[in-house]
Design a protein around this ligand. Sequence first.
Ligand code: CP
Length: 340
Amino acid sequence: MNYTKSLQGKHLITTQDWGKGELDTVLGLAKEMKKDRFHHPLSKSLENKSFFMFFFNPSVRTRQSFEVAATELGGHALFLEPKSMRLKTATTAGETIEDATRVMSRYACGLGIRILEDKIPHYGAGEDLIREYAQYSDIPVVSMAHDKYHPCQGLADIISIQEHLGELRGKKTLLIWGHGALARSWCSVQEYLLIASRYGMSINLAYPEGYDLDPEVIEQTKKNCEQNSQEFNITNDVKEGYDGVNVVYSRNWMSPQAYRNNKLHKEEEIEKALKFKEWICNKEKMKLTNDALFTHPMPIDRGNEVTDEVASSSRSIIYDVAENRLHVQKAVMALTMGEY
Ligand code: CP
């Protein structure tokens, strides 16, 4: 593969901001790096370089996979939290985002940011914050999941489905809401809608009334599907969307009423979500599909979003997806931050 330098310095806030050819380049390199994990020609592209990981919220996969990615590329990843900095907020004095970003740009080769859930006052605040960092940054800013998007998760979802199904154009996927006690952000599911539709999948989206996603993302997904001559169906029926699909993605997300008066009302969201007990992905519903793969970005709320039987079945690709976070992130970091 020819390693293009055209991606150097590019921010990754959502895959929708990148051209389809650019995404193909990342996925192509990720596949090579997975095959040749420690001896790939770009495997030292971050030598002597440091990647900053700024986490407002906890993480298992994202922190571990970015840290390992930096190490495997010959570099180093630093874990940063708001409490380790003195940033200005709506209620406290401190350093501005512009000053913090301009300084971090002098030290590091890239900056990852995660901001979700209770760390934002309203939907969209995380997106605004990450784009403000990007505005002042001389190094690539990568979303490690924010309220609106989770680009690295979307790349891992697609590469994993490709590994199992090959060409995705014309394949059908169901993205379905699952009940549960986590009141999750919309980032992973919205990214999935965008990237799956970019790759030519037809989409069934199913959720109970009152759990609409961001209208802007829905509109963009519609356009992506139209451009690929694929269908995009939305239903409030718990079973209909399973019919004949190749991939089922079951995941809880919060309702648009979750943020009110500049606050996340998490307990209320959980109480409301737990009432929809029939919204669980189980073996009976999977029988309606075309022997579908089951996917989920993890962590899974087993017994609520999906039964153990489905999550641990031979059609479940959850661990492949988690592993592929590492390979796609190595490719993103090498192409946007690396020297080669
Ligand atoms: N899928 C995902 O981002 O997992 P973590 O929240 O554990 O990082």
